[in-house]
Design a protein around this ligand. Structure first.
Ligand SMILES: [Zn+2]
Length: 96
């Protein structure tokens, strides 16, 4: 039982990482066209859901998910877009 749970947790952990094994900083950018703003999220943020988003809010008409990106790439791209801020829930940190 306990073993099964561990395997499940491990699978969930790697989901969305694809070929970026070992990289803990998969970030996504959500760009909202209608509100002209967006946010940077961790892949495991409940708002991000590995780029799937929250279906109620994100029908695909209002915005677009970009990513996954490394930390450096995500913040670099966000700087070229309008009003992109780190998510207040998952709080991705800018590269040092
Ligand atoms: Zn988030």
């Amino acid at each position: 039982m306990e073993r099964h749970l561990k395997i499940e947790a491990a699978l969930r952990h790697t989901a969305g990482s694809n070929d970026r094994e070992g990289v803990m900083t998969d970030l996504y950018i959500y760009e909202n066209w209608t509100r002209k703003r967006g946010a940077i999220h961790h892949a495991d943020c409940s708002y991000c859901n590995s780029g799937e988003g929250v279906q109620i809010e994100d029908s695909g008409r209002n915005g677009k998910w970009h990513g996954p990106y490394s930390r450096e790439e995500a913040f670099c791209r966000a700087a070229t877009m309008l009003n992109i801020e780190p998510c207040k829930t998952c709080k991705p940190l800018p590269p040092t």
